[in-house]
Every structure is written in structure tokens, then in C-alpha cells.
Ligand binder design. Sequence first.
Ligand SMILES: [Mn+2]
Length: 355
Amino acid sequence: MNRFESLFSHLSDETDCVFITSDVNRRYFTGMKSSAGIVVAFRSKAYLIIDFRYIEKARLTVKSAEVIEQKNLFSQLESLLKENNAVNIAIEAETMTVSELSAYKQKLSAYHFNDSSMLSNAIGALRSIKDDEEIQCIQKAQSIAENAFEQILKFIKVGVTEREIALKLDFTMMQLGAEALSFETIALSGANTSMPHGVPSDRKVCRGEFVLMDFGAVYNGYHSDMTRTVCVGKPDPEMEKVYNIVLEAQKTALSYAKAGIKGSQLDAVSRDVIAKAGYGNFFGHALGHGVGLEIHELPVASPKSDKILKTGSVVTIEPGIYIPGKFGVRIEDFVIITEKSCRNLTKSVKSIISL
Ligand SMILES: [Mn+2]
């Protein structure tokens, strides 16, 4: 089954057309990155309507859909709908704006628009299971990030600022072939490490402090995500203790990760380790999230996620302990879920590193 066939198998029977309008999902179905265009898919055929700026590239690269140059969008849509005898159109309710939807409804008033979350949910479910080609891109993205991490370890020393560390990581990932950064790199030091999503500042690293780095590279649209916390000089006994609790929580989750476990169960086995060690109040975020064409996608491993993990999902495992005013530790790998366990895509060392 190609991706369109799989998609229609997830939709209600009466759905005879879908409009795929979000950049990320258009890329998922066509393989081409663009900031405009619409995929119009019927059960037996799919089209990509895209404007002049992208038409040459689309004609050369898009194989899954017939490429049509955009002229007068609504009349082009209407003739495709007529040609394919379609009446019921599903739209991406999670991303289409209210004004876009009202324009479609007004200009194509003879048609019925399903504006429930059905289409967004179905695409989310498809994207949560990766095929081999997607896994290869994710692995390449991760190898870029890991090579950058190796290089940053030589760069971090007393007196270097958080911003310098972040910039060096970013530059190195781009130099190693990243098409973009997965998100704004987090590089924090000392007391700032207690803020899980802190922003790098001009603060200089001092001896005996943690440096926490959360970063990732994008390769062919696919993201990677990793976090390491390293110490400049020797950690004090409390820092070492907390680091090892987080490490144990992380390894425990890795040992439980497999197809069939609920996101909430995986979160719980890790959270329990931290709670039993007395730090339950200092782990205030979810254990993990899916990664793919977006940095945060399905599935989710949080206390609330009752969905089970499936073979082929890529999910992060990133417990942390954050003690306000003192320090924080997070250790993050990401894995592919398999039938009986998981395959860790992150190879960088995670025993405590003293630089
Ligand atoms: Mn993450």
C-alpha cells in the first residue's frame, strides 16, 4: 500500500477526497519541501497543485501525485472534484485556519467539508510508524548530532559561554550536513540547568558545574533529538547522586520500551525510579515524544498517554531532575520501538563525563 492508500484505509467510508495543506504533511505525501501547494487526493488518484516557484522541482521529483501548476486554484479544484465524482472532502482541521476553511466552503459551496480531526489524526497515526527510508534519514540526522557532540566536548571549558556552546553546536551540525536544526539548541550551565527549556545566555561556565545540552539535526526533513549533561571538572557528591538517579531512570525506561506498552506505563517506570529516590517533585515534564518530520509528534510517553506504542515508532526517553537555584540533569536518547524491545539510535556515552 502506498501512503495515500494507507491514509484512505484510516478514513470514514464516505470520504472521497482529502485536501492536504500543511507544509509538513504535503512533504510526507509528496517527498518535496515547499511553503505552498495543496495535495488533492482521491481514492484512486492524487494531485499536487503548486505554484510557479516550485513547479520545476515538483515535476522533476514528485512521483506520488500528478503535478499541476496552480493558476486559478478554486476552479482547478472544482474540475478535479467533478472529474473524480467527489462530494465529501476531509481537511486538516489541526492546521487549516478558520479563514482558509471559510474560503473553501464559500468557493466550493456544492461540496461537503469534514472539518473534524479525522484527517489530522489519521495522518498523525500513519506518520507515527516509520518505514526503512524514514529510519535511515533519522539515523543520519542523529549521526550528525553525535559527531557534533564529540566535537563540542573538546570546546567546553571554564570561561566559555552558553551562547558560544550553542553556536558551536549549531555550526558544527550544519557543517556536518544538517539541512536545519531540529529546534533552537539548548546549552545551559550551572544553576541555569534547572530550567528544562532555558535559553542560552552569556553566562560563562565555571569549574565544578554541569553543562546541559539539548539539540538535534534535520536530515532530509527528519529530526533527531538528544540531551547530554556533562560536568566541567568534578561534580560534587549531590550532583553525582542526582546524575546517577536520572541515568537509572533512563535505563529503566529503555529496558521496558517495546511494542504493546502504553505511553503512560513507560513514563511511570521511569518516574518511579526518580520518585523512590526522593526527587519525584523535580521531574515536571513528560518522559518522551515521537520524532520524525516534526520534532514533537506521535506517540507521546506522558502520564496521560493511554495509547500503546507500536513497532516502528520513534520515541525519545528523556527523564530529568531539576532543582531550582541549584542544578538540573536530563539524559535523552531516542529509540525505535520493536516487537520485543527497542533499538537505541543514540550511541553517545551517558555515564557521567568530567571534562
Ligand atoms: Mn526531546
